[in-house]
Design a protein around this ligand. Structure first.
Ligand SMILES: [Zn+2]
Length: 278
């Protein structure tokens, strides 16, 4: 554990995009504060847990179940409507695969934060797949669907640089990962390093600039505190991708609607000239 963390594994967190400490509070829940950077407008959780405290006390699959229970109590009508409309929404894993196939049809794919392995099991029909997952429960569920050695257990930023060699993947998928990552820029730099020149990363994260977030305020479905520690707009995500060396790709019209709570973005590692630094 880093010396900066206190006895419960918590420390003050600088802006994950520009490193500044100047901030204003946009939302408070219990001991947690969501803040906006006064320098670059990145929105994020103002304090941070170390990975072991996160894995032990805030396992995402358990946290998600808790959040659903909380919403059942505080927003029963919204939850009911959301469930009613679920059959009309595209299957999430299929949608993630379609978003990936739009940019790359085959090759080596690594999925950051591979969860229960549902997406990877589908992607394995088109790609050679590897998954990295922090949640021990997620790893266990994934290994029931995929060859066990295709799933690596631990924090992405610690595992990938150790296990995966430079220029070895065609695609890095990050669906519902970057909002959980305490070091999102380090995660993107790792993605950059392991991608071949011309390789693609495809991301999905809650869209902080969605209309729904403006309308529903603190009750917005994208807030999961402290599980979600980064809240991106298309602008801040593109900016972070550029800092990692990527070229964000133009977003298809259907992905640009502010009515969507999800932000989809793809970016390319340039064939030459990308630094991965900056
Ligand atoms: Zn900032």
């Amino acid at each position: 554990m880093c010396a900066d963390f206190n006895s419960t594994g918590v420390k003050i967190r600088p802006c994950p995009l520009c490193g500044a400490m100047d901030r204003k509070i946009v939302l408070r829940r219990g001991e947690w504060e969501i803040v906006e950077c006064l320098r670059c407008a990145m929105v994020f959780l103002g304090s941070e847990l170390d990975y072991s405290a996160q894995a032990e006390n805030y396992d995402w699959l358990e946290e998600y179940a808790k959040e659903v229970t909380r919403r059942k109590q505080t927003q029963p009508v919204m939850l009911f409507l959301s469930r009613l409309l679920r059959p009309l929404r595209p299957n999430t894993n299929r949608h993630m695969l379609a978003q990936t196939l739009r940019w790359k049809r085959s090759g080596n794919l690594v999925d950051f934060g591979s969860g229960d392995g549902g997406f990877l099991a589908l992607a394995a029909r088109h790609f050679e797949v590897t998954g990295i997952e922090l949640s021990p429960r997620g790893v266990q569920l994934s290994r029931q669907k995929l060859p066990p050695d295709a799933i690596l257990e631990g924090p992405v930023t610690q595992i990938i640089d150790r296990v995966c060699s430079e220029n070895s993947f065609d695609v890095v998928t990050q669906f519902g990962y970057i909002e959980h990552e305490w070091n999102p820029l380090a995660g993107l730099r790792s993605a950059f390093r392991v991608l071949k020149p011309g390789g693609l990363t495809v991301l999905k994260t809650p869209n902080y600039s969605s209309w729904n977030r403006h309308i529903r305020g603190p009750k917005w479905c994208g807030y999961h505190i402290p599980a979600h520690c980064n809240y991106f707009t298309p602008r801040t995500l593109a900016q972070m991708l550029r800092r990692a060396g990527f070229e964000p790709l133009p977003r298809p019209l259907g992905d640009r609607l502010p009515t969507s709570d999800s932000l989809w973005l793809a970016a390319r590692k340039p064939f030459s000239g990308g630094s991965g630094g900056g």
